[in-house]
Design a protein around this ligand. Structure first.
Ligand code: 3EB
Length: 339
């Protein structure tokens, strides 16, 4: 699937990045360098020295969802201000976690986090941000310090301002997820590399960075999806995707229809990536995993029914309790393709 999937001359030079989703660390390769270990729920020790990241979102219907990011070059760990990261010369995975509470200056906090991320990237060969995951509490609460804006809008503005202040000129925005947690931290983790990825937008959706501003928020700077070659592998990182067509939420109060529409968006994005960039990704077979962020725990049964109809039954999935950035969204999904 991946052999002729890229016309990128950097492919041959690019090291592999292989992600394994599994619950039993005992089945993992023991000799290969591990860049990072990401998990939700209760994890046992990997036995590897790596950047291990737990996300504080409740898993619904299982105790663990874990993924391991392997490469073939020696991995080193380092710190930069509040960031911990693992890296090789061609890839890095970083984490920043800053305590936050209701009365905080959340704009300043987001700005600081992203300024540190861009400064950190600048100090390494990996200057291209490919994928970010962002979690913070009370995402749709009004920010007491900033008039009519809610904390998601404040986050978008802090991120935008940090890009501006860091002199970031690229229009290749990372793929991103932004979800409200029930924790007291702003947690951001990210993947970066020495070569850029290729941004893919969704023809069914207004690009988020072109959302009309009167639509009550600062334009969110992320790409719907990002393609990246790693050696023989093609990765397609799909951003948090919701029941939004154009720039409007569809299927208010209908979680099943919202999930179906979100999956339609992901499948359209995959087809568009294939059309535009000569990849041959299969929307079902090459899906390494799907994460499903769910606002209300009582929706789980309905969510599972839709997933059973739309995904291959062997595709790993994580159902996570989290809040979306718009009050009218009940579900949001995130897909990771590896071919
Ligand atoms: C949307 O499509 C839903 O601000 O980085 C999804 C993924 C969403 C990323 C972001 C926002 C972001 O607008 C919300």
């Amino acid at each position: 699937m991946s052999n002729n999937s890229s016309n990128n001359t950097a492919t041959a030079l690019s090291p592999p990045l292989d992600i394994i989703v599994c619950e039993d660390a005992a089945t993992l390769p023991t000799q290969q360098p591990l860049l990072t270990h990401l998990y939700f729920g209760n994890s046992s020790d990997t036995g590897h020295d790596c950047l291990s990241i737990q996300t504080e979102l409740e898993l619904l219907g299982s105790n663990l969802f874990a993924q391991y990011w392997f490469t073939d070059q020696q991995v080193a760990q380092a710190k930069y201000k509040n960031i911990r990261y693992a890296h090789t010369p061609q890839m890095m995975f970083g984490l920043i976690q800053l305590p936050c509470t209701a009365g905080d200056d959340f704009h300043a906090l987001t700005h600081k986090a992203y300024c540190e991320i861009y400064e950190c990237l600048r100090s390494t060969p990996c200057k291209h941000l490919l994928r970010t995951w962002n979690f913070f509490p009370q995402i749709t609460k009004n920010d007491t310090q900033r008039g009519q804006q809610n904390r998601y809008e404040v986050f978008c503005h802090g991120r935008l301002q940090a890009m501006h202040d860091s002199g970031i000129k690229t229009k290749v925005y990372p793929a991103a997820t932004v979800i409200g947690n029930h924790d007291s931290n702003l947690q951001i983790y990210f993947l970066a590399s020495d070569t850029p990825g290729t941004a893919v937008e969704n023809p069914r959706q207004t690009s988020a960075y072109h959302y009309p501003v009167e639509d009550d928020h600062t334009q969110p700077l992320f790409s719907r999806g990002l393609l990246k070659s790693w050696g023989q592998r093609t990765h397609f990182y799909v951003s948090g995707t919701a029941s939004i067509v154009g720039h409007e939420t569809l299927h208010i109060d209908d979680v099943g229809a919202q999930l179906n529409e979100s999956i339609n968006n992901v499948e359209t994005l995959v087809a568009h990536a294939n059309d535009m960039h000569h990849t041959q990704l299969n929307a079902q077979d090459d899906l390494l995993y799907m994460k499903v962020y769910i606002r209300n725990r009582e929706d789980v049964e309905q969510i599972n029914q839709v997933l059973a109809a739309r995904l291959s039954n062997t595709t790993p999935r994580a159902l996570l309790l989290g809040d979306m950035c718009r009050e009218n969204l009940l579900v949001e999904i995130e897909a990771f393709y590896q071919a």
